[in-house]
Design a protein around this ligand. Structure first.
Ligand code: GLU
Length: 467
């Protein structure tokens, strides 16, 4: 069997959005699962709206998602001669012809058709004229006037289009440039693409593209059109539903694995499994279970999945993504044992990496930033002795472990008859500056013996100075 070749052909008129990312993902997963090829093509023929910045943003977002490509990026603007070659071939074989009708004339034909209760169409006036190229001539495909073109869609099943409702559409403009549908077909054909998964907003183009394949006598790829992604209010997903681009989600602290896990579930299912690791997805993904009904984007679900992925990753893997968010807070850190320890204390309590970075800032600060209320309430002369004893005991520990720390706390509880919270809370404020933090022992262990002692001593001095 020939290898599966899929593609993602974004138009670079903006960032990579949720819908586009999902299309890319479906094609990528299928290629990876089938050990085929995934090709990236930039459809930049709309030179007014296409920008280099958008190309950069799209490539960056795909890379961040871990969607890698085997070929490309190809740029349609660099392929004009290939399109011309194929257009000439179509004209030579009699499947296409030059047309010199003016836009006004074509408009009149369309109006006349409408007046007769027909679809507004070009009437084929130049079909038999055998015109050659010239100023102001376009090239039109000779479409069959009877019969049906059936799109055998992997997702939607068969959709029939009446050929009589398709006019001889333009494949080359009068300036010599190729029309969109022609360029897409020639690209897909010459790139060897045999499986096309795309949004169902493109279904309308498919019969035209099929007619071009037929005219070229070329093998047709398989098509699958997936329903659009909707917002929670069931309208098409747009900016007003919140973040739209993959780049935004990166900055909001989402993990690429959580994103792809969420995106794939917008239209694909494997029983009732919700949580997927990347390799698991590659193994299980198939086209049979792409859904026919539109899926709704649900931010809370994405957030819950993100929390699960954060929890399930090894700290050294999380670290690289986490460091980006620390940096955004002005903290330069390394993927080292210290940072991995920090991550471990926060993994089960962070829904996003932004939340995690904010919660981790205290570990990295030279000077603890005290929350005034917390310091006032918990760091007072009453706990001076307790803090002093704890600082001394911790400093004296030969082995700095959960067990020895627990022992220090137990000893002081026995001596002072204070409850655990009465001891832990001032320590927590001394270490973090606030009353909210990871579990006390895991936190002290992650911070390390020296810094722990140093911070408790700083708190002692603070109490003494303000007393
Ligand atoms: N360039 C089109 C888009 O960004 C995709 C066309 C296709 O998949 O055939 O929507």
């Amino acid at each position: 069997m020939e290898p599966i070749v899929t593609r993602f052909p974004p138009s670079p008129t903006g960032a990579l959005h949720i819908g586009g990312a999902r299309t890319a993902l479906f094609n990528w997963l299928y290629a990876r699962k089938k050990k085929g090829k995934f090709i990236l093509r930039i459809e930049d023929t709309d030179t007014v709206r296409s920008t280099k910045e958008s190309v950069g943003a799209i490539l960056e977002s795909l890379t961040w998602l871990g969607i890698d490509w085997d070929e490309g990026p190809y740029f349609q603007t660099e392929r004009a001669t290939i399109y011309t070659e194929y257009i000439e071939r179509l004209v030579e074989s009699g499947s296409a012809y030059y047309c010199s009708c003016t836009p006004e004339e074509v408009n009149a034909m369309r109006e006349a058709a409408k007046a007769n209760g027909l679809k507004p169409m070009y009437n084929g006036r130049c079909r038999k004229k055998n015109l050659g190229p010239g100023d102001n001539t376009v090239v039109r495909l000779k479409t069959p006037q009877t019969g049906v073109t059936i799109v055998q869609d992997i997702v939607k099943g068969d959709t029939a289009f009446q050929n009589s409702e398709m006019d001889d559409f333009i494949i080359q403009r009068s300036d010599g440039s190729a029309m969109y549908n022609l360029a897409v077909v020639i690209d897909d054909l010459t790139m060897g693409i045999n499986t096309i998964i795309r949004g169902d907003d493109h279904l309308i183009n498919t019969p035209k593209q099929m007619l071009i394949y037929q005219a070229l006598g070329a093998d047709m790829p398989s098509f699958g059109h997936v329903p659009m992604v909707l917002g929670a209010d069931k309208s098409r997903l747009s900016k007003r539903h919140g973040a739209m681009s993959v780049g935004e989600y990166k900055h909001l602290g989402f993990l690429p694995d959580a994103m792809i896990n969420y995106l794939v579930r917008l239209g694909w299912s494997h029983g009732d499994q919700e949580f997927f690791e990347r390799n698991d997805l590659i193994e299980k993904f198939d086209l049979e279970h792409l859904g026919r009904s539109a899926s709704m984007f649900d931010n809370d679900k994405l957030l819950a999945l993100n929390a699960k992925h954060i929890q399930s990753k090894r700290p050294e893997i999380l670290a690289d993504h986490f460091l980006f968010h620390l940096k955004n807070l002005g903290i330069d850190a390394q993927n080292d044992a210290f940072t991995q320890g920090v991550i471990e204390t926060l993994q089960s309590r962070s829904k996003t990496l932004v939340e995690m970075a904010k919660g981790a800032a205290f570990y990295y600060q030279e000077d603890v930033q005290f929350d005034e209320k917390a310091a006032h309430k918990f760091l007072n002369p009453d706990c001076l002795d307790m803090l002093q004893t704890i600082a001394d005991d911790i400093e004296g520990l030969e082995a700095y472990t959960q067990a020895t720390l627990e022992h220090v706390f137990k000893k002081i509880m026995d001596q002072t008859h204070l409850k655990f919270g009465k001891i832990a809370q001032p320590i927590r404020v001394a270490i973090t500056g606030t009353t909210v933090s990871p579990g006390i022992f895991e936190m002290l262990l992650a911070l390390g013996q020296e810094k722990t002692v140093q911070r408790i001593k700083t708190a002692i001095r603070l109490i003494q100075d303000t007393a």
